[in-house]
Design a protein around this ligand. Structure first.
Ligand code: ADP
Length: 240
C-alpha cells in the first residue's frame, strides 16, 4: 500500500520549547499510537556520535545551542519519513523549528493528503530552566530522566539498560540560554504560522502534570473523533 492510499496516516507534531517534555511525551505516545518517534535532535546526535561527515558538520552548531541549517534537517527528515515504518504514521519531535522547515513539512504532508495534528506543549519558563538543568539521558537508548522530578531507580544509571547516564553537552547553563533564545526567535513564531495556515493546532498546559497524566491528555486529544476524521488524499485544505 502506498502512503497516498492511507488517508488515515497518523501524523503528530510535538511542538514546544526545549525542556517542554516533547521527548518524554513522544516516547509515551509511540506505545499508544504504534508509530515511530522521529526526533531530529536524536538523529543529529547519532551522526555526531558516529563521527560521519554530517556529524562533523553539525557538531559545533549543536554544541553552541544554535539551529542546524534547514536544508540539512529537511533532507534528514524527508529520508526518515520515506522509511516503511513511517508509512502509517509518525511522531515528529523537534521538527519543524523554523518557518522554512514548517513550509517544507506542510508541502510534504499536503502532497500526500496527510493532515497532521500539532500539539503545543506550553510550559512556564522557570520550570523549563529547572528541567533542563536537571536533565540526564541514557546515551544508549535515549531515555530521559530528571534528577528532581523523574529520577532513575539507581542514581546515575538507566533503568532500562544499566548504562551510565550523561548530561548532554548542550544542557550546560550558557548553552541552555542560547537554545531558549533560538526557540523564542525562530520557533515560537511557528504557532502563528500554524494558525494562519489553518493547521490543526492544540495547546496543552504541560507545566504541572506528571508525564503520564499529560500523555493521557495528549492521547485523548489525538484520538478524539474531531481529530481522527479521515480526509480525502486529493483534498488539501491548506494553501501555503
Ligand atoms: P531540545 O528540544 O531540548 O533543544 P533537541 O534534541 O530537539 O533538544 O535538539 C538539540 C539540538 O539539535 C538543537 O539545539 C539544534 O542544534 C539541533 N536540532 C534539532 N532539531 C533541529 C531542527 N529541527 N532544526 C535545526 N536544528 C535542530
Amino acid at each position: 500500500m502506498t502512503r497516498t492510499q492511507l488517508s488515515m496516516t497518523q501524523a503528530v507534531v510535538l511542538f514546544g520549547s526545549p525542556g517542554s517534555g516533547k521527548g518524554t511525551q513522544a516516547n509515551l505516545l509511540k506505545t499508544c499510537l504504534k508509530v515511530p518517534h522521529i526526533s531530529t535532535g536524536d538523529m543529529l546526535r547519532e551522526h555526531v556520535r558516529e563521527g560521519n561527515s554530517l556529524g562533523v558538520k553539525v557538531a559545533s552548531t549543536m554544541q553552541a545551542g544554535s539551529l542546524v541549517r534547514d536544508e540539512v534537517v529537511n533532507h534528514l527528515v524527508e529520508e526518515r519519513l520515506a522509511e516503511p515504518d513511517a508509512l502509517e504514521g509518525f511522531i515528529l519531535d523537534g521538527y519543524p523549528r523554523t518557518r522554512t522547515q514548517a513550509e517544507h513539512l506542510c508541502g510534504w504532508l499536503d502532497g500526500r493528503g496527510i493532515r497532521e495534528v500539532v500539539i503545543h506543549l506550553i510550559v512556564d519558563y522557570n520550570v523549563i530552566v529547572a528541567r533542563l538543568a536537571g536533565r540526564r539521558q541514557c546515551p544508549r537508548c535515549g531515555t530521559l530522566y530528571n534528577i528532581v522530578s523523574n529520577p532513575p531507580r539507581v542514581a546515575g544509571v538507566c533503568d532500562l539498560d544499566g548504562e551510565k547516564l550523561v548530561v548532554r553537552d548542550d544542557d550546560q547553563e550558557s548553552v541552555i540560554r542560547q537554545r531558549l533564545a533560538a526557540y523564542e526567535s525562530q520557533s515560537r513564531p511557528l504557532i502563528d504560522f500554524f494558525r494562519e495556515k489553518g493547521r490543526r493546532l492544540y495547546e496543552i498546559d504541560a507545566s504541572d502534570q506528571s508525564p503520564e497524566a499529560l500523555s493521557f491528555q495528549v492521547c485523548r486529544t489525538i484520538q478524539s473523533p474531531e481529530v481522527r476524521q479521515p480526509v480525502s488524499p486529493a483534498v488539501s485544505t491548506n494553501d501555503h
